[in-house]
Design a protein around this ligand. Sequence first.
Ligand SMILES: [Cu+2]
Length: 372
Amino acid sequence: MSLLRAPRIGPALVVLVALVAVTAPPATSGSANVRRYYIAADSVRWNYAPAGRNLITGLPFGRDEDTYVQNGPDRIGSTYLKSMYREYTDATFTKLKPRPPEWEHLGDLGPVIRAEVGDTIEVVFRNHTPFPASMHPHGVFYDKNSEGAPYADGTSGADKADDGVAPGGTYTYHWAVPERAGPGPADGSSVMWMYHSHADEAADVYAGLMGVIIVTRKGMARADGSPKDVDRELVVNFEVDNENSSLWADRNIADFPGKPKSIDKNDEGFEESNLMHSINGYVFGNLPGLTMKVGQRVRWYVMGMGTEVDVHTPHWHGNTLTVMGMRTDVVSLMPAQMVVADMVPDNPGTWLYHCHVADHIHAGMLSLYQVQ
Ligand SMILES: [Cu+2]
């Protein structure tokens, strides 16, 4: 069932969504496939802290955390209307593909799009939100009619149709996956590229329109596109979601605070309360599903997004990783930077995984991962 398709978003709509996006098996499998996905931008009601408590401390939220998660007369709290990419079963866009348990941790990210070098990716995109939206991929090969970004690039007519798909509209993006979109000489068997809406780039991304493409080296992919030499894949995005700059900002103010008319949008305290220091759309340990087993070959695809405050240093407790052949337990992320880190966990337990920037720790950019 498509939950929130109407451009008009009322309280009813808000009842919706357990986010159920999905990673799909491709329409076909084998070598040189066309991998087809049906992805919509949906209007979703998203809770950054669904557990309602701080799962890092194990305690109820205190005053400092309340800044970000407590609803009130002049505070939105932890739940916001957002736009998110979600995968459907076919071109009717009536049935969401269930998101499998291993991808539960994707949170507010869209479905993982997969390809092996040599494949072509085809995305049938429908915009169910009340704002223009697009799909702009990094890394893969696209013509001007599949770039998903409006600017003065000398194109016109049909080459502009991808730039921003109108509410209710549908557009099909074609992305080729040549050698240069796959792993380079120093990479492992797969690389990750982000995709995001670029109709109104920053506001679209803050609204929630972001996901990843994983490209596997030719000859190294299973039928579903995943790398043969990896047992567990995890995708993680560190971002200060600035809800003040989201497409939905005015709508969130109108819908959630007790006294929306008393809100001064430029009030510093109000602005701070809408800076959601999140990992895949979760704060204070609420991100579920970062699970693995001792001895598994685990690949972490890590990225950042946002603005100048989005300098993040994800740090894994308990285990170490290699990045481009070098050992570490911290990686560096600037906005839109993508890093692939491999781990073979030897240390079972529940471990902290958090941004090491002090200010971001206090604001909730923390999660847990489990090694069984
Ligand atoms: Cu950070």
